[in-house]
Design a protein around this ligand. Sequence first.
Ligand code: AMP
Length: 259
Amino acid sequence: MRTIRTILELREALRDSGDVGLVPTMGAFHEGHLSLFRAARAESETVVASLFVNPAQFADTADLERYPRDEERDAQLAEAEGVDVLFAPSADELYPPGFQTWVEVEELSRGLEGTFRPGHFRGVATVCLKLFNIVRPRRAYFGQKDAQQAAVLRRMAADLDLDLELRVLPTVRDADGLALSSRNVLLSPEDRARGLTLPRALHAGAAADDPVGTALAALDGLEVDYVAVADFDPRVLAGAVRVGSTRLIDNVPLEGAKQ
Ligand code: AMP
């Protein structure tokens, strides 16, 4: 596996690379990321993983600063999954001085995460479009864990006539049900135990006649940002809570879709 930091070098490396599968990430890899690498490996000639903690999608600088980072470990894990190229650019490489062009997926970026993280999806859509233009993948791989992100990116791909397929893979969970997230390492054992209420509440809600009311009742005592049914594909019951200084999001498909 090669680690590449500049757009020029990456374009050079990908010349004649055949069918490329791209997995955009912010690093601090866990089994969720690895599941995307495996899916990409299974159907692509060349697998590129990007590792970029995208400042444009963080409204809060403290959140950006404390985001977990461990490039050396990430490189080992990616290589072990057969990733060919780890693209790990600097912020200046992707946002050079004078940068001023943004992608706004208007309606889908509002509500849920968009309400609590203003500008988040503008940052996500912009960086993903840049990565798609730089890497020119045939397929790009995302996690259902970030259901609204998948919906926003699908809309962007359709609206801007992008010539690629988006694959969305199921949420990978710890044995106790907590959705894997790079941020989970920031949780104290007590916070983790409280955070476990989120997947339990969402699963209970998804099985009930009143999904939102049932989930909210189960989350009583936690700081809840939102619980809502979102009409994505598939429809999901989505929620976000705060435990300590960490925000957790999760969702479960409705209408009998399996995860
Ligand atoms: P991140 O590094 O958190 O930006 O995530 C990179 C990609 O991995 C995104 O498409 C996420 O949706 C996906 N992802 C994150 N957590 C999980 C998970 N627990 N299961 C499956 N995919 C995930």
